[in-house]
Ligand binder design. Structure first.
Ligand SMILES: [Fe+2]
Ligand SMILES: [Fe+2]
Length: 180
């Protein structure tokens, strides 16, 4: 399409923020596993970011806007990766539940186990979307569909709970050097 900004461009940009947090989680889990005490506040922020940014905002854009667009009759794709992506979103939700429960119980093992499972799932998930699903979507969707999705994305931003977007972006900024 002649206008270079596409819905998938926005989603890939969001992946960059999610990846920064993921790498910080991985580094923090390494610290805990090498005997450092659990930084409860770090993991509380992590759960907040995953629930509000990665899931409620990013996954909602995929599940409620992009994926339904790909299901439309006139969209031709040689395979349908959407069911697998949905399955992985659900798996992620289970790991975050386990993470939050672990924080509440002060169960260090459960925190690290669920956090690392989430890291490895979402790293792989983001790779598949950036390199397989999104290019397929861009190939299959019309300029009209892209424009329509961008307008819906703008609407979707408005459902962010008050302050949640800024809080999540502040977490990205705070964490971005932890993972490197
Ligand atoms: Fe996804
Ligand atoms: Fe995604």
């Amino acid at each position: 399409m002649e206008n270079s900004i596409k819905a998938t461009t926005i989603l890939s940009e969001e992946h960059k923020n999610i990846s920064k947090v993921i790498e910080a989680i991985s580094a923090e889990c390494d610290r805990v596993e090498s005997g450092n005490p659990l930084d409860k506040e770090f993991f509380e922020k992590t759960a907040d970011f995953i629930v509000n940014y990665a899931d409620k905002s990013h996954h909602a854009k995929e599940e409620e806007i992009l994926f339904p667009e790909l299901k439309k009759d006139d969209v031709q794709m040689h395979c349908d990766p959407v069911p697998q992506m949905l399955y992985e979103h659900d798996e992620g939700r289970l790991f975050v539940k386990g993470l939050s429960q672990g924080i509440e119980d002060g169960d260090v093992g459960a925190v690290v186990k669920n956090a690392m499972a989430y890291v490895s799932l979402i790293r792989d998930h983001i790779y598949k979307e950036d390199n397989i699903l999104y290019p397929m979507a861009d190939e299959a969707l019309s300029d009209e569909a892209q424009k329509c999705m961008l307008a819906q994305f703008d609407e979707a931003e408005k459902i962010f709970a008050a302050g949640a977007r800024d809080r999540c972006l502040a977490i990205v900024k705070e964490f971005e050097n932890k993972g490197s």
